[in-house]
Design a protein around this ligand. Structure first.
Ligand code: SAH
Ligand code: SF4
Length: 458
């Protein structure tokens, strides 16, 4: 099917795995003839790619879809589609289908590669189409070779695996994204080489638990092997240019010392580790089915800081998990003070239908949860507020991403993942897209400022 001069308005909610799906959705739409608009009123197709990880993400989507009634009244030929994690849940799709009769197409995460066919069904047969078929282990080949429309410029995300097998008791991801499956190293390498040849300088490898990469593949490539091989790509193979590689998300239960050694000895792998801890209490971690203790977590952090002294460490924390006592919560605060994370994504526990935690009795009142949440933000701020002072006087390697924010001539990100304002660059020298060395002279709240010291790599 090809559509004639039609415009699509697409919007992705949620995490980077969703953004990566959104890039494939846009790729497929472009291939069948859609152009893209940011003006929702001029669109012929409106598509929302949704997130299910917390209830407020779903509430937002319901609000946004509800508001589309106006566009549909103005243009009865408008096609409205809702896809992704949220609608992979049957109870949500039922509600959405009934509440919003003007939604034409609903499809889940597993049906993503079928988008062109599904749209054709809507257009040709003039009927509402729903595909949330729950394939627990969808064919990987369906996702390979999908067209991709990226907007990241110097940066690109490359999924190395899909789904999750961990079943943390609070989390809906394993239910909406199916079993964990890894792409082959060849598929990953081909994509990376293509991106670098197109001028990409920073590649983020994506997976819900990148440390368990390779399970089920023939050839026994572990995540450490994959990173080692990517780090070893010869610069002749990529036209003499260079790149940096980062990865997300690491799971503390599967993060090996070997992997930290590989990172420490590498030339290109990011020195930023996002390692979600979720709670500082062993009891809560057990109830969450996380598979590690706080002692094990701190041991990994200590080893990482020993091998890579400049490493930056960020985390995710959930407050108010069912049964979390004041004492459990105090242990989370203690951990924050002890580790001094560079930053943290913080969440109030959100009950997700179908998960184990949804069956647990939850005796912590909502008011108490939000006051714990605010208390935690204050402790995080105090513990991490001056964390970047440790970089003062140090030389950092920075990928310059373009014109600077307030105060800096240029702006970029260091190998540690720290946002950097670059000053004192020679007049008329454009360092956008280049790796440069800078010497840090100031620590700002969520960034550092550094003086330009020279271009490091192409
Ligand atoms: N796979 C990644 C992240 C998954 S979701 C990991 O395991 O780290 C991103 C974050 O959302 C999680 O780390 C967790 O902190 C948070 N999250 C997931 N489910 C949640 C829920 N039901 N309520 C509150 N926060 C949740
Ligand atoms: Fe969810 Fe846990 Fe899997 Fe992360 S590892 S996606 S938190 S089940």
């Amino acid at each position: 099917m090809r559509v004639k001069a039609k415009l699509a308005y697409t919007r992705t909610f949620g995490c980077r795995a969703n953004v990566a799906d959104g890039e494939r959705i846009n790729g497929m739409l472009a291939e069948i003839g859609y152009g893209f608009t940011r003006d929702i009123n001029s669109a012929d197709l409106i598509l929302f790619n949704t997130c299910a990880v917390r209830e407020n993400a779903e509430t937002r989507v319901f609000g946004n879809v509800g508001a589309l009634i106006h566009q549909k009244r103005r243009n009865p030929n408008l096609i409205i589609a809702v896809c992704g994690c949220m609608v992979q849940q049957e109870h949500i799709t039922e509600k959405l289908y009934k509440t919003f009769p003007f939604v034409d197409l609903i499809f889940g995460t597993h049906a993503l590669p079928k988008l062109p066919q599904l749209l054709e069904n809507v257009i040709q047969e003039k009927k509402r189409v729903v595909d949330i078929s729950d394939s627990k282990t969808p064919e990987m080949s369906d996702r390979e070779n999908l067209p991709i429309r990226r907007e990241g410029g110097l940066k690109a995300d490359v999924p190395i695996m899909y789904g999750c097998d961990n079943f943390c008791t609070y989390c809906v991801v394993p239910y909406v994204r199916g079993r964990e499956r890894s792409r082959t190293p060849d598929a990953v390498f081909n994509e990376i080489r293509g991106l670098i040849n197109d001028g990409v300088k920073e590649i983020m490898l994506l997976g819900q638990n990148v440390n368990s990469y390779g399970k089920g593949l023939t050839g026994n490539t572990s995540f450490a092997d994959l990173l080692r091989q990517i780090d070893g790509i010869k610069s002749e193979e990529i036209g003499g240019s260079d790149f940096r590689v980062s990865y997300m998300t690491s799971h503390p239960k599967d993060l090996s010392k070997e992997l930290i050694d590989v990172i420490a000895e590498s030339a290109r792998i990011s020195h930023h580790l996002h390692l979600p801890v979720q709670s500082g209490s062993d009891e809560v971690l057990r109830a969450m089915n996380r598979g590690y203790t706080i002692q094990q977590y701190t041991d990994i952090i200590n080893y990482a800081r020993f091998r890579i002294p400049r490493i930056s460490i960020t985390t995710d924390i959930i407050v108010g998990f069912p049964g979390e006592t004041r004492n459990d919560f105090d242990q989370t605060l203690d951990l924050i003070r002890k580790i001094r994370f560079d930053s943290a994504y913080t969440f109030i526990y959100s009950k997700r239908e179908g998960t184990k935690a949804a069956q647990m009795s939850d005796n912590v009142e909502a008011g108490e949860k939000s006051s714990r949440f605010n208390e935690m933000l204050a402790v995080l701020d105090e513990a991490s507020g001056s964390a970047y002072e440790r970089y003062i006087g140090k030389t950092l390697n920075v990928l310059c991403e373009g014109a600077g924010r307030a105060g800096g001539e240029f702006s970029g990100k260091s190998r540690e993942g720290v946002i950097t304002d670059i000053v004192n660059t020679p007049k008329d020298l454009d360092i956008t897209g280049k790796f440069v060395n800078i010497k840090v002279d100031k620590a700002l709240k969520w960034a550092v400022q550094g003086v330009f010291r020279g271009v490091f790599k192409k």
